[in-house]
Design a binder for this molecule. Structure first.
Ligand code: AMP
Ligand code: MG
Length: 543
């Protein structure tokens, strides 16, 4: 068992050492917790605490994203090296790294939760790649930090695999997201009570390496305002503007407002993407909101199978359904309001912040309408007539259980020639989207085909050719998403030591909009066995 760090100082640099050039602005420019060590504590007056990842017994690399590796200029050979596994398990620190956990707070399920912080995420440092891009390299599940509270600092395979695969899947779908470089088994067991019902069990531990230009969350600002530390709040916001938003110019109260407006816009854009692909985050607490408008912290998330706007994958949220699919735009707005409150001491005026929030509400609808028009392959939008068409579609999708992904993908198969077609012929390409085609009553069929005819009329009115429209629709309506049951099957297999499904999924999800004839089975709707199975339809925050 490896119990100590391998320090490479004084020796010839190893290949990975040579590639990774660190420039740790965050820890250089912002104040550190004066105390060291990983013991749990309240941290006041600092943005981070220096910590050490806990070395693990028998790390084993089970997956790497080649696209994420390329962001760090790491070659395939680098990723296959024993050193890579040691580094991204947290066992080997490289010269230039400055491992630390950051301090943030947050509103969880609508209530202020006080200090949270990186309880099991450890930033190793900031890599500047050959193109001059900066990537914060973070290990999740690398052991306790001052912010671990009552938890252990580790992560289990099932949640780590879900985070790893989904981060990369979202990237390939064109949804703003943090990235995932690697998935490493720690070789250790972690105790988890998956449904908090008194049945703890040992599960394989794992570590994901995540990458983002910055992991700053709304909660990083909220905690400083809660501590009435306006000086540090200004320092952090000035730093954030200079580093992540340099185009806004030198920090000033005017620029703070422009910054907030931009965070609102980026958040809005991220949410519209989620609504487009049918993603439900599941735990949109303010500590899980990135100021870059990237999807962050993949926990009890899920993908809509049957289109159900009320669905939340998170069992912890089953009663209030605060984080259900169609409430995500409003929750994001509520979260932005908390961010506005947090920076208010620096802005000193309420109106501009209120205006930015009002703009989010005003801009959301047109953005959603444009997204829906894209999903239907329309090139021009007339909200007055198209909105009723879209709303009727959402009602039609709920008449019987209808797979959102398959429905939209197959809708592209409709042809403007079908104006005179029978109801059966119109419905034919959509049948694979129905979970129980027999449940489609005559009334449902009539309403669905009426909508399809209305849609065809609309397409014909626009006059664009079927082929071009299909190509347009297939660029925004994915064929392959990380269906909840697919992730669970990959977890089951990995727990048995078979990593092939994990690799197949990683591969198919690299091209979610392409037809991949050999991979058709990964586009199939949820099988019946997965309807009520834990991990497929129900997820908890336990991870
Ligand atoms: P979440 O909402 O799951 O992203 O996490 C909320 C807070 O709990 C964050 O501060 C996490 O770092 C912390 N946390 C979650 N799981 C663990 C764990 N196993 N060990 C330490 N901290 C954790
Ligand atoms: Mg979190």
């Amino acid at each position: 068992m490896q119990s100590d760090y391998v320090c490479t100082n004084g020796q010839r640099p190893s290949p990975i050492e040579e590639r990774l050039v660190f420039d740790n602005r965050f820890t250089r420019e912002l104040p550190a917790d004066p105390h060291s060590g990983n013991q749990r504590r309240l941290v006041i007056g600092a943005c981070f605490s220096r910590v050490q990842p806990r070395p693990v017994a028998a790390p084993r690399l089970i997956a790497v994203s080649r696209e994420a590796a390329a962001l760090l200029d790491l070659s395939e050979g680098d990723c296959e090296s024993a050193e890579f596994t040691q580094v991204f398990a947290g066992n080997r620190l490289l010269p230039g790294m400055d491992p630390h956990a950051t301090c943030y707070g947050g509103h969880q399920f609508g209530a202020w939760a006080g200090q949270l912080g990186d309880g099991r995420a450890i930033n190793l440092g900031e890599v500047v790649n050959a193109r001059g891009e900066r990537w914060v390299v973070q290990l999740k599940g690398a052991g306790p930090t001052p912010y671990s509270r009552e938890a252990d600092g580790f992560a289990v395979l099932r949640s780590s695999l879900r985070e790893f695969l989904c981060s990369e899947a979202m990237h390939h779908l064109g949804v703003p997201t943090t990235r995932a470089l690697s998935l490493v088994l720690s070789g250790e067991q972690v105790l988890r009570d998956m449904f908090y019902d008194g049945h703890p069990a040992r599960e394989p531990g794992a570590i994901v390496c995540r990458l983002a230009p910055s992991f700053t969350r709304f909660g990083h600002f909220e905690i400083l305002t809660a501590h009435e530390n306006t000086t540090l709040l200004r320092e952090l916001l000035d730093y954030t503007i200079r580093t992540d938003f340099p185009h806004l110019g030198e920090p000033s109260p005017r620029v703070y407002i422009a910054w907030f407006e931009e965070v609102c816009r980026r958040t809005l854009s991220m949410i519209v993407h989620w609504m487009r692909v049918g993603f439900v985050h599941g735990v949109m607490n303010t500590d899980n909101m990135s100021i870059l408008g990237q999807t962050i912290d993949y926990g009890p998330y899920g993908w809509l199978e049957g289109y159900d706007p009320d669905w939340t994958p998170n069992t912890t949220d089953a009663v209030g359904r605060r984080y259900r699919f169609d409430q995500q735009p409003q929750v994001a707005l509520w979260n932005l309001t908390q961010l506005a409150n947090a920076i208010f001491p620096l802005v000193g005026q309420v109106e501009p912040l209120q205006r930015a929030i009002a703009n989010y509400a005003k801009e959301y609808e047109p953005a959603w309408v444009a997204m829906m028009a894209g999903k239907l392959g329309l090139t021009q939008v007339d909200p007055a007539t198209d909105k009723p068409l879209f709303f009727e579609l959402l009602d039609v999708l709920q008449l019987v259980e209808t797979d959102m992904t398959l429905f939209h993908r197959n809708l592209a198969l409709l042809s403007s020639e079908q104006r005179e077609a029978s109801d059966d012929a119109l419905l034919e390409p959509l049948l694979p989207a129905y979970y129980a085609p027999d449940a489609l009553t005559a009334e449902h069929r009539a309403r669905t085909t009426a909508w399809l005819r209305r849609y065809l009329e609309r397409l014909i009115g626009e006059g664009s050719g079927d082929e071009e429209r299909r190509a347009r629709m297939n660029r925004v309506n994915p064929k392959y998403v990380l269906r909840n049951y697919l992730a669970q099957l990959a977890i089951d297999r990995c727990e048995q030591g078979d990593y092939s499904l994990l690799h197949d999924l990683l591969d198919v999800l690299r091209h979610p909009y392409d037809e991949q004839p050999q991979k058709e089975h990964f586009a199939a709707k949820r099988p019946e066995w997965a309807r009520e199975r834990a991990g497929c339809s129900m997820l908890s925050c336990s991870s």
